[in-house]
Design a protein. Structure first.
Length: 270
């Protein structure tokens, strides 16, 4: 074997280990966001009663619109019974960070029990009491803050300005605030926002922009034209609450869950 042949053989031998290393590196890369979201939505660990409501809440399209990826640091404000936690926790478990920012005294103990029931899935969820322990989330460290059907509670309780200020502080410059809530037609009396559970889009935009956010877009993915938003017992007349019980239940089930705005805001880069 001549010198050139021996050199070629040596180089070939040195190159061989590079293939499994490259393959291993690719294996540890975060998955495609759309595929990862789809897998989390389809996860068998989700509660069947929750999965049935996907047709009203469109979680894959909603999270896609908000730009969620498996590598992000995400805060969900007031996760309540954990409907979106069932999706977000496994989605972010391996490559991202998930904070559950639950208001003190508003289902906090119940949410703790929800997490404890499936430790293999929820062991990395960082549960933070709001507003008591909010400062444990480093300022400017969050990619996305999400809240689903909670702004109306803030408005009814008069806490919207302080809560949005907290959102703004924890988000990094350029970070996203994603909001879904029950939509009140702009022509209706604004006084209904204090009692009905519905809000005008203009009201939510005003609150967000007063806190310093820029409007970044809207989606109709959670719209429901069957919802007239004029129910005697507010949005809670409709499923899933069905406040009238068996009275006209079939009628309200036929309407489905509420008509919802899906809004995206950004914290300015400067």
């Amino acid at each position: 074997m001549n010198r050139l042949a021996r050199a070629a053989l040596l180089l070939t031998g040195l190159a061989l280990p590079a293939l499994p290393i490259a393959a291993q590196h690719a294996h540890h890369q975060a998955p495609n966001p759309a595929s990862a979201i789809a897998a989390a939505v389809a996860a068998p660990s989700r509660t069947p009663d929750n999965s049935v409501r996907d047709r009203y809440r469109h979680p894959a399209q909603t999270l896609g619109f908000f730009g969620i990826t498996p590598t992000q640091t995400v805060v969900e404000y007031a996760p309540g019974g954990g409907w979106y936690t069932e999706i977000l926790a496994p989605l972010l478990r391996d490559h991202g960070t998930f904070y559950a920012l639950q208001p003190t005294g508003r289902g906090l103990d119940g949410y703790k029990g929800f997490l404890a029931a499936k430790p293999a899935i929820y062991d990395k969820v960082k549960l933070i009491a709001f507003p008591d322990d909010t400062a444990t989330i480093p300022a400017g460290s969050v990619d996305t803050v999400l809240t689903f059907r909670n702004i109306h509670n803030m408005v009814m309780g008069g806490t919207e300005a302080a809560t949005f200020k907290a959102f703004y502080a924890m988000l990094e410059p350029g970070g996203t605030l994603g909001i879904v809530d029950h939509r009140l037609p702009e022509s209706r009396d604004s006084a209904l926002e204090k009692t009905s559970g519905y809000l005008k889009v203009s009201t939510v935009r005003r609150i967000a922009q007063a806190a310093g956010f820029e409007f970044a877009g809207a989606s109709e993915v959670n719209a429901n034209p069957k919802d007239t938003a004029d129910w005697e017992k507010g949005v809670w007349t409709l499923p899933p609450t069905l406040r009238n019980g068996e009275v006209d239940k079939a009628k309200y089930l036929a309407v489905g869950e509420s008509d919802r705005m899906t809004l995206k805001f950004r914290k300015p880069l400067k």
